[in-house]
Design a protein around this ligand. Structure first.
Ligand SMILES: *[C@@H]1O[C@H](CO)[C@@H](O)[C@H](O)[C@H]1NC(C)=O
Ligand SMILES: *[C@@H]1O[C@H](CO)[C@@H](O)[C@H](O)[C@H]1NC(C)=O
Ligand SMILES: *[C@@H]1O[C@H](CO)[C@@H](O)[C@H](O)[C@H]1NC(C)=O
Ligand SMILES: *[C@@H]1O[C@H](CO)[C@@H](O)[C@H](O)[C@H]1NC(C)=O
Ligand SMILES: *[C@@H]1O[C@H](CO)[C@@H](O)[C@H](O)[C@H]1NC(C)=O
Length: 429
């Protein structure tokens, strides 16, 4: 790193900044960072609204959500603002445009931070990259995108990082389960796609998943398929068991009756053949009867195993060395449905340099995370104490009102205690 300082005397005159010397110091990193190409970077400082377009989507149904420019209820720096979803039960859609680019022969790093202050129980916290030309005022859940990336939480079953890649109009989900953070603090999500078609997913600057686009998404047709022309050979014996030819039905087996007359039954003494009809003894199950005869089974010595069609090269497979390329990236957007709002997005970055992204991550999220955690703990403590105080207050209130009530019966001095007065009046009625 090199420290460059310019002393600008003209600036001194123009701005008339007293007798002080005016100096601008620029930190110029000469290493890899110097070569980083930044396609888009947004810290949501003042003026962010000029760069982002709120969509009109769902406005006519009055279910379009809005964005609060804030650092949130707890933060590491109250001046470091992002944009936060509000109110509850809304659709959110907002996007920003950047000069169109292709990531061919370059790494693509897509990074942002999100804090779910509301303790997100069901909703998305992801962002999208879109290509080509879109009408940002109409950006919606229906708008085709190229990449969707970030956390998604719903109930106990869905707590994952989405990494969806679109190809030929179809969206392909990553086949691996990448868990996301579920607490109420800011977390950083980074998706890196490299020209060798490998990728990494980082959470809080730590690699959580990696691999390649071919194996972890179904972007291409399979390389091999079951031979559709293969047929099971006629002499293929797929019976694992056969009847045991040695096992023969015992002679007279079928003559054994299912039921027999009860040998212990006796005609009742008062049975009257003329009135009651002829007495027939009741039947009982025959203990000798063993059901229909079944031949024993033995392993088939000629068993050839389960038949499977052999795999052949898929004629529809065509390898694509540009599988990782998104040639017309042009917008970044947030499009969500949230039951409980309060997700705060910040520090959106699109670059070709994972090292630069790492550096930005440390300077933003990394620098503030401990202070934010402390602020959150403080807020939680305060809430807890308030809750405790409220409970004790309630107890005292009850005691007080009992006492007040008896007072009121004698004198009506306390005009400010309208509620209690009304209550006691009701009691009297
Ligand atoms: C915006 O966020 C701040 C900080 O949490 C909060 O005080 C304010 O009420 C929020 N505004 C809206 C409209 O939600
Ligand atoms: C992708 O990863 C799989 C599994 O690790 C590996 O078998 C395959 O060779 C890789 N493909 C490429 C193109 O690197
Ligand atoms: C097994 O195959 C041989 C030759 O085809 C045949 O002779 C024999 O009967 C078969 N055995 C059984 C149990 O099917
Ligand atoms: C405590 O009571 C106050 C006043 O009634 C209320 O505004 C606050 O939300 C309560 N706090 C908690 C944590 O319940
Ligand atoms: C109590 O009674 C007064 C006068 O009748 C009324 O104006 C006020 O709204 C009542 N307050 C409550 C909390 O019911």
């Amino acid at each position: 790193m090199l420290l460059v300082c310019f002393i600008d005397r003209e600036g001194l005159m123009e701005h008339g900044a007293g007798g002080r010397k005016l100096a601008w110091c620029l930190l110029v990193a000469l290493l890899s960072v110097a070569s980083a190409e930044v396609f888009f970077e947004e810290r949501f400082d003042d003026g962010w609204e000029d760069r982002w377009v709120k969509s009109d989507w769902k406005k006519d149904e009055n279910t379009a959500g809005d964005w609060n420019h804030t650092a949130g209820k707890w933060s590491g720096d109250a001046n470091d603002k992002g944009i936060q979803t509000y109110p509850d039960f809304r659709f959110f859609a907002i996007s920003a445009q950047f000069p169109e680019f292709s990531n061919k022969d370059k790494s693509l790093v897509f990074q942002f931070s999100v804090k779910h202050e509301q303790k997100l129980d069901c909703g998305g916290g992801y962002m999208k990259l879109l290509s080509g030309d879109i009408d940002q005022k109409k950006f919606s859940g229906e708008t085709a995108y190229s990449i969707m990336f970030g956390p998604d939480i719903c109930g106990y079953s869905t707590k994952k990082v989405h990494a969806i890649l679109s190809r030929d109009g179809k969206n392909h989900l990553i086949k691996k389960q990448v868990p996301c953070k579920t607490d109420q603090l800011t977390h950083l999500y980074t998706f890196i796609i490299r020209p060798d078609a490998t990728y990494s997913i980082l959470v809080d600057n730590e690699e959580k998943e990696s691999g390649n686009l071919t194996s972890d998404w179904d972007l291409l047709p399979p390389k091999q398929i079951k031979d559709p022309d293969a047929k099971k050979p006629d002499d293929w014996d797929d019976n694992e068991y056969i009847p045991d030819p040695e096992d023969k039905k015992p002679e007279g087996y079928d003559d054994i009756p299912k039921e027999i007359t009860d040998p212990d039954a006796k005609k009742p003494d008062d049975w009257d053949d003329e009135e009651d009809g002829e007495w027939t003894p009741p039947t009982i199950p025959n203990p000798e009867y063993k059901g229909p005869w079944k031949q024993k089974k033995i392993k088939n010595p000629n068993y050839s195993g389960k038949w499977k069609a052999p795999m052949i090269d898929n004629p529809d497979f065509e390898d694509d060395p540009d599988l990782y390329v998104f040639p017309n990236l042009k917008y970044v957007g947030i499009e969500l449905w949230q039951v409980k709002s309060g997700s705060l997005f910040d520090n959106v970055l699109l670059t070709d340099d994972p090292e630069y992204a790492k550096k930005v991550a440390e300077e933003t999220w990394g620098k503030l995370k401990d202070a934010e955690k402390a602020a959150f703990d403080e807020a939680e403590k305060k809430k807890e104490e308030e809750e405790k105080a409220n409970t004790t207050d309630d107890d005292t209130d009850e005691d007080d009102s009992d006492a007040d009530d008896s007072d009121h019966e004698d004198s009506n001095e306390k005009d400010d205690e309208t509620t209690k007065e009304n209550t006691s009046k009701h009691d009297e009625l």
